[in-house]
Design a protein around this ligand. Structure first.
Ligand SMILES: [Zn+2]
Length: 155
């Protein structure tokens, strides 16, 4: 992955824009973009409430969109940017799609499977290993989640 800090932050800002779409539907604000050769080829946001689909996490929607635009299930040479650490399901899906690089903003201590609870993306027992980078726009990515949960508790 040969993106500069500025480029990574710009792509994470696009993922944050997706998170804001989730927020408009009053759901957990997580967003994702998949980038190939500097171009966004897939976008997604958590849409569990909007679509009433249990598995429609941001990463899954972005992978589906990227598969469609690439006309391929393999997303080689791609980097996935997601605002929050991927869960077990999404980490599995990243491996299945053969995505080699993942950048995430903030950790998810309760559900994270890319370093927090589990480390599926870099587990040497699995045949697909991913290069993972964390902490890009971490405070913005965490803040949108914290605001969401704070407001939800007030309701
Ligand atoms: Zn997930």
């Amino acid at each position: 992955m040969n993106y500069t800090v500025e480029e990574k932050e710009a792509f994470m800002r696009e993922a944050l824009r997706e998170a804001e779409i989730a927020l408009e539907h009053d759901e957990i604000p997580i967003g994702c973009v998949i980038v190939k050769d500097g171009e966004i080829i897939g976008r997604g946001h958590n849409a569990r409430e909007e679509l009433q689909r249990a598995v429609m996490h941001a990463e899954i929607m972005a992978i589906e969109n990227a598969n469609l635009s690439e006309e391929s299930w393999r997303l080689l040479d791609c980097t996935l940017f997601v605002t929050i650490e991927p869960c077990v399901m999404c980490s599995g899906a990243i491996g299945l799609a053969r995505i080699p690089n993942v950048v995430y903003g903030a950790k998810n201590q309760k559900f994270g499977a890319a370093g927090s609870l589990y480390d599926i993306l870099t587990d040497e027992r699995l045949n697909h290993r991913v290069e993972v980078e964390t902490g890009v726009l971490e405070s913005e990515c965490a803040a949108i989640m914290q605001d969401f949960f704070r407001n939800r508790r007030k309701k």
